[in-house]
Design a protein around this ligand. Structure first.
Ligand SMILES: C[S@@+](CC[C@H](N)C(=O)[O-])C[C@H]1O[C@@H](n2cnc3c(N)ncnc32)[C@H](O)[C@@H]1O
Length: 379
């Protein structure tokens, strides 16, 4: 392995570990290993930049810098954090923030722990340079990630800063929009690879067709972001970053004009928002967005891929769930024969389709447990 390689951890949502693992391996990450809600891999600094720009199903990319053991008292917590050579990584004047997950056996209060960590880092900088980083929750430049477990702390620098689902293309959303990373993950779980039309007939703010178009054209989902936390590290190499970014831009391709990516919604306001978002993402040329009621769509002889999240009981008022799902499935069978339909719903729809799904996954959408399942429509 390249001696400049180091370990990185890409975090994701529950259920997307395998698709993220596949993405990391395809991009060239070394020794990828799926963990719980994360994938570990090795690569060099250029790969760290590439991972941030290109991985569509990663929420953040972490660079582990220390693994602390035997943290049984507040003093040991303070001392071990103080001993990390923070000044090697970033300047004392950077604005800093902390993300803490997990728990310590001996010190139960997460807020208190991050307070102590902040004190130890601030004291180290002050003792050496006479000044210290300011804590800034809303616009931090450096983000320190602490994962607590029993009497151990995995300390990492968060290379992304604001999470990678903040792609920057979505100015406005509707009710219950899908998270961008979740949308990218659903398309990958469905294994749509640009070989059929992709239709989201209840598209809301257009997240699914936009992420589909980004994948079909090989556009790095975070190419428009202007800031990542790694840009505030001492070792940031702007020339290398520009080279990596350009090499990804050079790989963008025109998707086949035989394949359509379509989003419908019966609310014209949503279509207006979706169009603006598609324009911001640079994919308006290959996404068709139209105001249309799903139940008025004309027959499309298959095979096509439909992928959507209909309004939920809890989040949107669907008066009669049974009738609604029955109507959706009947319309799918009648108008989209010989096709694949992937649905994200709070419960599996096997009884409405009268068959088992081709594949099904348990996921969490926001905080709601959901099923993502793919069915074949009737001939
Ligand atoms: C849960 S939201 C979809 C969110 C979307 N995936 C996003 O990321 O913004 C469901 C959408 O279905 C639309 N909708 C509900 N009934 C519809 C129908 N009969 N035909 C078309 N769209 C419909 C709603 O207007 C709403 O925007």
């Amino acid at each position: 392995m390249n001696p400049e390689n180091f370990k990185m951890i890409a975090t994701t949502f529950k259920g997307l570990e395998k698709v993220l693992h596949r993405e990391v391996a395809q991009l060239g990450g070394q020794k990828p290993k799926a963990l719980i809600r994360a994938v570990e891999f090795y690569g060099d600094k250029g790969f760290l930049y590439k991972a941030n720009l290109k991985l569509s199903t990663a929420v953040r990319i972490l660079k582990p810098i220390a693994h602390l053991r035997n943290i049984k008292t507040v003093a040991s917590l303070y001392n071990k954090i103080y001993d990390i050579p923070w000044e090697k990584f970033f300047h004392s004047r950077k604005r800093i923030f902390f993300n803490v997950s997990g728990e310590l056996n001996s010190i139960p209060h997460t807020h208190f722990i991050s307070q102590k960590v902040k004190d130890a880092i601030a004291d180290r900088f002050r003792n050496r340079f006479g000044n210290r980083p300011d804590v800034d929750k809303t616009h931090p430049q450096v983000v320190v990630n602490l994962h607590l477990f029993k009497d151990q702390i995995a300390v990492s620098l968060d290379a992304s800063g604001s999470p990678l689902f903040k792609r920057g293309y979505r100015e406005q959303t509707g009710y219950a929009p899908l998270n961008e990373v979740m949308a990218a993950g659903l398309i990958r779980l469905a294994r749509w690879n640009g070989d059929t039309h992709l239709i989201d007939p209840m598209t809301g703010s257009g997240t699914l067709p936009i992420e589909g178009a980004l994948q079909a054209a090989d556009i790095p989902p975070n190419i428009f972001r202007e800031e990542f936390a790694f840009m505030h590290w001492h070792d940031f190499d702007p020339d290398l970053y520009r080279t990596i970014r350009k090499s990804l831009l050079d790989r963008i391709k025109e998707p086949s004009d035989l394949i359509k990516i379509i989003g419908y919604d019966n609310n014209p306001e949503m279509i207006k928002i979706a169009r603006k978002n598609a324009e911001n993402a640079g994919v308006d040329a290959f996404v068709e967005l139209e105001t249309k009621d799903f139940f008025d769509t004309r027959k499309i002889p298959g095979p096509v891929t439909l992928l959507f999240n209909p309004p939920y009981d809890k989040r949107l008022s669907v008066k009669n769930k049974e009738t609604f799902y029955n109507k959706i499935v009947a319309h799918l069978n009648e108008k989209f024969p010989l096709s694949k339909v992937w649905l994200l719903t709070p419960e599996p729809l096997n009884r409405f389709f009268g068959k088992k799904p081709m594949a099904s996954f348990k996921l969490t959408n926001g905080k709601i447990p959901v099923f993502f399942a793919g069915y074949e429509t009737d001939i």
